[in-house]
Design a protein around this ligand. Structure first.
Ligand code: NAI
Length: 790
């Protein structure tokens, strides 16, 4: 069976462009084609312009410069044969059946044996797309429905595509593009848009009819209930009101008459009027929210007056943040809000009750597998919990008992589950899901998927304290995890407790195990918020500096350096498996690992300069050693020093694992995992692959330029200061960094050890931490999360 090595994307619009980018992120050749504009001289103009746009878009659809080079522009007239040579052809042209069908007819003639074709349609049923299609093409055709933006949204809904011929495509979507592939039945809106659109519609209609303001509705229907923090109106603005309108209209056309969606499809005029006047959301002139600069140059946010909108007038007023204590309390106990007799309580239950009842009533119509439906809502709409998980949290019987208040019947699946739950654990610690067919079925994980939550369910931590725990993930490998939820706003910050447990873990692995993986997967967090580490606990540094306990700070520096060194020179492999942010001390931790297996969405950087400090746990020396060993760098010590100086002094953070590789936070032998659920298994495999014949790394020797190098770096920074790019304290921080990276009073001919450079790190750190400017920077991050430019 083949593999997907080349992809043709037809249609270089919003979705086609970003699907092309993400296929290139997966490392395959991509041909992106669109129509030839009538009379155009440059026949690939549309695709060419799109590729240029991809490089500048935010959030970035491309993970790095290599991916950009993998995309070739073409057009559907001249390049049809080349399209036909690709292993997978994905169609993302306008949502018009006749346009799509005309295209398929042309593809049938050119596509190669063994290729597969799919459509990215969001609303057209598979049976309509394939009606009248030649049998061979219909057999190799399916729907692959990506969510926007495809790089970041983990859900992929697949309709059809069950047969053996689709195995390479499924493998590519999963392992190459990192998607969770949810098989859907051929029903309108598939799973996520079917439930999600109803949710949006209920939230909008009830807000209008119950007299809530936009901000109030968003506060209720947001984070506190486990929905995206934008709330519903903020979300529609982000997605595009025109798109919401379009999906609404298709569902209204396609759903059977008795579907409750129709009854809720009221006040469509608000959407229509907004779109007609160019208020399509954030991409247009604004939507439910607008922001504009006032006379004083400051950004001012305004919100649509829902009452006026309901009466056919579009009027915006100054936006006021809704502070609702009841809603805040719901984060700990959702029922408090749902039980409340206030209008917020009525609104919360009015929307949620309807949505839960709808989701339950759609079993088995849209799918029998409640876990798949939950996954679709979590990954496609970034809900923290899917509807069935939510019903388990509230209690199925409790939900059923309250539906009558909304005049709703209890759906069969909710009746069947009764007092029980949709998910339960069996005697082996496996999760089972409720099935309408009767009883429970084990969910099971595909090969290559290892979740820490499963490990945790099956046994106790091997070692544990408040800040971190250590898990046995089998085959002689331990997993070291820091706890995010305990840390409040400053998540996964490294401190003495974490480092102490890490040291104990190293001793334990040496004695009884083969390898160690560093990985976090705290389920109390929203999945997209899980981070490897945001660095050392600067809260403690701030506290100590306030009471002038400089000795304590210096000791913690030494301890960090010592334990990281112990990790680097451990007689067994330590593999770092970052997800999300790995900043400061977190990045330094990775720099000391024998190997890194990074989730593709890893954002790694030495950001200490932002708090007026320099990396002090071996980050300077480790990164310097890597850049100095790069044979492609020009001769002499300065190029590597200048490169590392630039990275650290500007606190540069990689925007992907691919970029981290370019920055040498990863090395060529390190691995990148595209699918989040596969990271731990991949890291474990990488660790085990190194066990036999493992050699402790050699300590680097550095030849650094000394005072002349320092002067050169300082002159450059002075130049930035004169041009107003660097602040006065930036100059001081950069000066201290220059002292470390140039090797202090060394000479190029002298060899410096890691310990020598680490002593310089400590000296520079201690000098900076005593300054009131650095302390002000630290305080700003602690208080506001924002860096201070002083
Ligand atoms: P779009 O309007 O941004 O882009 C469509 C592109 O297709 C245009 O560049 C157009 O020139 C090109 N095109 C039209 N006919 C063509 C032909 N015969 N051959 C080659 N190119 C042709 O549309 P968008 O939003 O990217 O949607 C594309 C598909 O993806 C639709 O089926 C839509 O339902 C679906 N979809 C859209 C989502 C979104 O958020 N925009 C989300 C998920 C699916």
């Amino acid at each position: 069976m083949g593999e997907i090595r080349s992809v043709a994307v037809i249609g270089a619009g919003v979705m086609g462009a970003s699907i092309a980018a993400h296929a290139a992120n997966a490392g395959v050749d991509v041909l992106l084609v669109d129509i030839v504009k009538p009379g155009a001289v440059e026949r690939n103009a549309i695709a060419c312009a799109t590729i240029e746009r991809l490089k500048k878009m935010e959030p970035a659809p491309l993970m790095g410069s290599r991916a950009a080079r993998l995309i070739t522009a073409g057009n559907i007239e001249d390049d049809l044969v080349a399209v036909g040579r690709c292993d997978w052809i994905v169609e993302a042209v306008v949502e018009k059946l006749e346009v799509k069908q005309a295209l398929y007819a042309r593809l049938d003639a050119v596509r190669k044996e063994g290729s597969v074709v799919s459509s990215n349609t969001s609303t057209i049923p598979l049976r309509e797309l394939t009606a009248g299609m030649p049998e061979g093409l219909a057999r190799d055709f399916c729907i692959t429905h990506f969510f926007n933006p495809p790089r970041y949204m983990r859900l992929l809904e697949m309709v059809g595509g069950e047969g053996e011929a689709f195995a390479p495509l499924r493998g590519f979507l999963d392992q190459g593009m990192g998607k969770t592939v949810v098989s859907c039945k051929d029903t309108p809106g598939f799973i996520a848009n079917r439930i999600g659109t109803y949710w949006v519609q209920c939230a909008m209609v009830l807000a209008l009819e119950m007299g809530l303001e936009v901000e109030e509705a968003d506060a209720v229907m947001g984070k506190a209930m486990g929905f995206p923090s934008t709330g519903v109106f903020g979300l529609i603005d982000m997605v595009g009101i025109d798109l919401a309108l379009h999906v609404n209209a298709s569902l209204a056309r396609l759903l059977p008459e008795g579907d409750v969606f129709h009854a809720m499809n009221r006040h469509g005029a608000v959407f229509t009027q907004l779109v007609a006047e160019g208020f399509t959301g954030n991409k247009g002139k604004g939507g439910f929210y607008r922001s504009a600069r006032g006379a004083d140059g400051k950004k001012q946010k305004s919100a649509l007056d829902l009452r006026a909108a309901g009466a056919g007038r579009l009027e915006w007023r100054e936006s006021v943040r809704a502070e609702l204590p009841l809603v805040r309390a719901a984060r700990d106990d959702l029922k408090k809000l749902l039980d409340s007799t206030t209008k917020y309580g009525a609104y919360a239950w009015g929307v949620l009750g309807r949505v839960l009842a709808y989701a339950a009533a759609l079993v088995p119509e849209i799918g029998e597998d409640v876990a798949a439906i939950d996954a679709a809502m979590r990954l496609g709409y970034t809900w923290r919990f899917g509807p069935f998980e939510l019903m388990d949290r509230l209690g199925g019987a409790w939900v059923a008992g309250r539906l009558a208040a909304l005049g709703l019947e209890v759906p069969p699946v909710l009746r069947a589950v009764g007092d029980g739950k949709f998910y339960r654990e069996n005697a082996d610690g496996e999760v089972e899901r409720f099935s309408l067919a009767g009883g429970y079925e084990a969910i099971g994980r595909a090969p290559g998927i290892l979740l820490l939550e499963d490990v945790k369910r099956r046994g106790r931590a091997v070692l544990e304290n408040k800040a971190a725990s250590v898990w046995d993930i089998g085959d002689g490998v331990l997993c070291f995890e820091t706890h995010a939820a305990l840390r409040g706003a400053m998540r996964n910050m490294l401190d003495g407790e974490i480092l102490g447990l890490l040291e104990k873990t190293l001793a334990l692995v040496k004695r009884d195990y083969k390898a160690l993986v560093l990985y976090n997967d705290d389920l109390r967090e929203q999945p997209q918020k899980v981070n490897f580490s945001q660095g050392a606990n600067i809260g403690l540094v701030y506290l100590w500096s306030n009471i002038r306990m400089w000795g304590k700070i210096e000791t913690s520096m030494k301890e960090g350096q010592r334990i990281y060194q112990a990790m680097r020179y451990a007689p067994f492999p330590v593999v770092g498996a970052p997800v999300g942010l790995a900043l400061g001390g977190g990045a330094e931790m990775l720099l000391h690992c024998a190997a890194v297996q990074a989730y593709a969405e890893s954002y790694i950087g030495l950001v200490e300069a932002g708090v007026g400090l320099v990396p002090g746990w071996g980050g300077c020396v480790s990164l310097l050693a890597r850049w100095s060993q790069d044979k492609q760098m020009p001769k002499g010590p300065m190029p590597a020093v200048a490169k590392v100086f630039e990275m650290i002094s500007t606190a540069k953070v990689s925007r992907s694992a691919a970029e981290a590789l370019e920055m040498k936070f990863l090395r060529p032998a390190d691995g990148i995992t595209m699918n989040r659920d596969r990271l731990l298994a991949d890291a474990k495999a990488a660790a085990l692959a190194m066990v036999d014949g493992y050699e402790v790394p050699q300590a680097p020797e550095l030849h650094l330029p000394g005072p002349s190098g320092r002067v050169a770096l300082n002159m450059a920074v002075e130049g930035f200061h004169k041009r107003g790019v660097a602040s006065k304290h930036d100059v001081s921080v950069a000066g201290a960094l220059a002292e470390v990276l140039s090797g202090g009073d060394t000479d190029y001919l002298d060899a410096l050890s890691e310990a020598d450079v680490m002593a310089l790190e400590r000296k520079a750190f201690m000098a900076l931490v005593r300054t009131k400017e650095s302390q002000a920077r630290i305080k700003s991050i602690i208080d506001t999360g924002k860096p201070l430019r002083n």
